[in-house]
Design a protein around this ligand. Sequence first.
Ligand SMILES: [Cu+2]
Length: 133
Amino acid sequence: MKKLIVSQSRLSIGVVALFAILSISISCTKTMNTMYGTGNGTGNNGGSGGPGTNEVWIQGMAFNPSTITVAIGTTITWTNKDAVSHTVTSNSGAFDSGIIGSNGTHSFTFNTAGTFSYYCAIHPTMTATVVVN
Ligand SMILES: [Cu+2]
């Protein structure tokens, strides 16, 4: 009888530990989404080494910020900080930069509200979003 009780309590500890691990990993995922999902539309002016307002840097094979939110009529400028060429290509065909060489820039004015997904045609795993409202 005593042995049975011991093994039951071990089982409950195991179940509790499992739930604790699960909830920790779930909250980690949520934190990651918060950190990387929304991006930073305002950027960092003032020489801190990040993209300025209405700017997207293409750096380290990624668009930074990955989501930028602007008002209708805003011109966004992409700057290629990488050594390799990239493109800024709309999934819907709304815009396409063509090849942007290293240190090159491309600007586009968004006159229509909406969510515009885009990617790099050379490296299609590079994806990002412009939200216009
Ligand atoms: Cu690319």
